[in-house]
Design a protein. Structure first.
Length: 638
């Protein structure tokens, strides 16, 4: 096994940063008349062709995987006020557009006491209140608004006003209506014209079509696969998100083109990470979902995804499935003095990057990125200011060298991940006092048994790996991994506002615990504390300003679970009605919610219980095979 520090130094030194910049600048030159580099646009198609050309130049076997997408184009938009003032309007991906006229009204961050019927509504979108424009837009339309315009003023929680820019992202195409974005300086002018008649027009077009995932294949010695991925679609100019990740994997492909790996490597640039719709309530990660829905998880060891890297003055982030925790923590600790940017680790995978469909399928995944809401996300993310001035060569080099080290070091490991570590982490989230009332206290014993058996198996595999590695055993282990992943990972406690996945019991554990606390406050006459907690309960964190009708519509959409989210969405319980209730009616509803939460928890625990019992049987089978092979020094492993 090659020394970790030497791997890091090689990746750092051999990276050609001039090539990185050349890739980015070349793709920017393809823009033409396209405003955005979204799936199916001329800009995006030319980008895919360029990626294929470079991977072919490096000697890779190329596949262009056809992906059905909705090709969406924004053609233009404006608002015209009856005093002659007019301004440009932009819009979110997937919005249908249209035209509307009516009185212009401003409701701040969401003062829903105004009469919105027949009005053109201007909202200062505060991301401390809503994580998406969808929530207030839907509320405004349900109250009769003819058009909804968003802006970001100084007190919005974002800093886009400093550059007078607009902020774009996917638009939830199921939400129909005239929805636009106004630059902050134009919004300030519109505020002077509240009460005037205004006319709004937004022109968009959408059609069924295709785009392409670009795959470069490097054959290894054994019939198992690694994926190194990024996405090439984006907004204008989309340098950090995600031409930085695309240039990263192209440079990785160049460096490894002469490498004879122990396993196959697929370098994949995904389309439609930002937007692709095609009938799903989840309109992003379309390219990666398409790819991973067509593979067998037993044939894949790991996905290393890169999405946004090289930002000035930020630590390098790594989010990953917890079965990689020991490996990644060990590497990062050994490179502590070599990474001046710092490293930020998250042992839960992100729901918003292309590794998630792989993880949902049952494949180990990690993403190199910059974690959390920092200056970039508040000011530059998905704006026209996301350009090359934001990139720092040293941060990029360190992020590249870290990914290079993780990838090549992982190929030398056997086993390549530790499922016992994942189950140990999951075990820590189980609440015995919630399992007892549903008659499944012994789930903890079943988990503990699986952990012990996996620890023993992983130790034996490590010994086996010193002699001869068996792809057959890894494939069996991958089957176990897929079963565990599908049982434990969910889309967040109150999706879509959560950025990271959670383990399956967390939503109900939190909900049950908080309801019990609220009931305790009520019984002790502490209604003020009870009301505070109700406002922060589950979905109420973002839904407390909205009507119950809007909340129910949103929950219905979340629960659909189409495409990559199938069977990964909690059946969220609507706690919103609690906000308006008092006295006995409030207590009755709380007890009803508590019963439903326990019943839902019981169903999920039952599924996990059955899965773990099946897993223990497979572990027994593998342990017998490994023991037999270890006892047969001349045994042939394949």
């Amino acid at each position: 096994m090659e020394d970790i520090k030497k791997l890091f130094e090689r990746g750092y030194d051999e990276l050609d940063f001039k090539e990185v910049l050349k890739h980015i600048e070349k793709i920017l030159s393809f823009r033409g008349e396209d405003r955005y580099r979204l799936a199916g646009s001329n800009w995006e198609v030319k980008t895919a062709e360029y990626i294929a050309e470079k991977l072919n130049e490096y000697g890779y076997k190329i596949e262009l995987q056809k992906v059905p997408v909705d090709i969406w184009r924004y053609k233009g938009g404006y608002i015209e006020v009856d005093d002659g003032y007019n301004a440009d309007i932009y819009t979110f991906a997937g919005i249908t557009g249209g035209e509307a006229d009516g009185e212009l009204i401003y409701i701040g961050k969401g003062d829903w006491s105004h009469d919105l019927n027949g009005k053109i509504v201007l909202i200062n979108l505060d991301f401390n209140i809503y994580d998406s424009h969808v929530m207030p837009a839907l509320e405004a339309f349900k109250k009769g608004a003819k058009a909804v315009l968003f802006t970001y003023l100084e007190d919005s929680g974002l800093e886009l006003y400093r550059d007078n820019t607009y902020y774009l992202y996917d638009g939830e195409p199921w939400l129909d209506g005239v929805i636009g974005i106004v630059r902050p300086k134009d919004a300030e002018e519109l505020l002077k014209r509240v009460g005037h008649k205004a006319y709004v027009k937004i022109e968009c077009e959408s059609m069924n079509g295709y785009s392409y995932n670009v795959i470069g294949f490097l054959e290894g010695d054994k019939p198992l696969n690694y994926v190194v991925s990024a996405h090439h679609d984006g907004y204008n100019p989309g340098v950090m998100d995600n031409l930085s990740g695309l240039a990263y994997i192209l440079e990785m492909a160049r460096l490894l083109s002469e490498y004879k790996p122990p396993y196959n490597i697929e370098f994949i640039s995904f389309t439609a990470e930002e937007y692709g719709y095609r009938g799903s309530s989840y309109d992003y990660l379309i390219g990666s979902e398409h790819f991973f829905s067509n593979v067998d998880p037993k044939d894949y060891i790991m996905v290393l995804n890169v999405d946004l890297i090289g930002l000035k003055a930020l630590p390098i982030g790594v989010n990953y499935t917890y079965d990689l925790n020991l490996h990644i923590s060990r590497i990062v600790s050994k490179l502590y003095d070599d990474i001046s940017s710092g490293v930020q680790l998250s042992g839960m995978p992100s729901l918003w990057v292309d590794s998630w469909p792989a993880i949902h399928k049952g494949i180990t995944g990690l993403t190199i990125t910059h974690i959390a809401r920092n200056y970039y996300f508040k000011r530059y993310y998905h704006t026209e200011k996301d350009d090359l001035t934001l990139m720092d060569e040293k941060v990029f080099r360190e992020g590249f060298a870290l990914g290079y080290t993780i990838l090549l070091n992982n190929m030398d490991l056997y086993p390549h991940y530790t499922l016992s570590e994942l189950l140990r982490d999951f075990r820590g989230k189980l609440k015995p006092h919630y399992l007892k009332p549903i008659g499944k206290s012994d789930l903890i014993e079943v988990v503990d048994e699986a952990i012990e058996r996996l620890i023993d198996l992983e130790y034996r595999l490590e010994i086996l790996g010193r002699y001869r590695r068996s792809s057959r055993i890894v494939k069996l282990l991958n089957i176990v991994r897929a079963s565990i992943f599908k049982s434990v990972y969910r889309l967040g406690r109150d999706y879509p506002t959560e950025k990271y996945a959670t383990y399956f019991p967390e939503y109900y554990n939190e909900l049950i615990g908080n309801i019990e606390t609220i009931l305790h406050y009520i019984s002790n006459g502490k209604m003020e504390l009870a009301k505070e907690l109700i406002m922060d309960l589950s979905i109420n964190r973002w839904a407390y300003t909205l009507s119950n009708e809007t909340v129910q519509t949103l929950l219905d959409m979340f629960r659909r679970g189409d495409k990559w989210a199938y069977n990964a969405v909690y059946p969220y319980l609507n706690t919103h009605s609690l906000i308006t209730l008092e006295g006995e009616r409030l207590e009755e509803e709380l007890y009803s919610l508590l019963d439903r939460a326990f019943n839902n928890l019981k169903d999920e625990v039952e599924r996990m219980y059955n899965t773990l019992n099946d897993i223990n049987e497979v572990i027994d089978l593998m342990s017998e095979m490994v023991e037999e092979w270890l006892n047969q020094s001349s045994g042939k492993l394949y």
